[in-house]
Design a protein around this ligand. Structure first.
Ligand code: ZN
Length: 73
């Protein structure tokens, strides 16, 4: 059963098509989102404090592919 999380659309992995996707969290993150992930038994990926134009926004749980773009805060 998949519960959509408001404001965070999970795109399928462009590499393997899996929709088992982590959002990579940077410096500022949404603690509500984190606790929701932990409640659902999902792992949460922290990307560190520095965010660049090339920082990927998502990580695939299946193949480890990182993709997407993080919008600057
Ligand atoms: Zn993948």
């Amino acid at each position: 059963m998949r519960k959509p999380i408001a404001n965070y659309k999970n795109k399928p992995c462009p590499k393997c098509g899996s929709d088992d996707i982590n959002r990579i969290l940077y410096g500022l993150y949404d603690s509500e989102y984190v606790s929701k992930c932990l409640e659902e038994g999902k792992k949460v990926t922290f990307g560190g404090c520095l965010i660049t134009d090339n920082s990927p926004a998502f990580e695939c749980n299946k193949c480890g592919n990182k993709f997407g773009k993080t919008r600057p805060f």
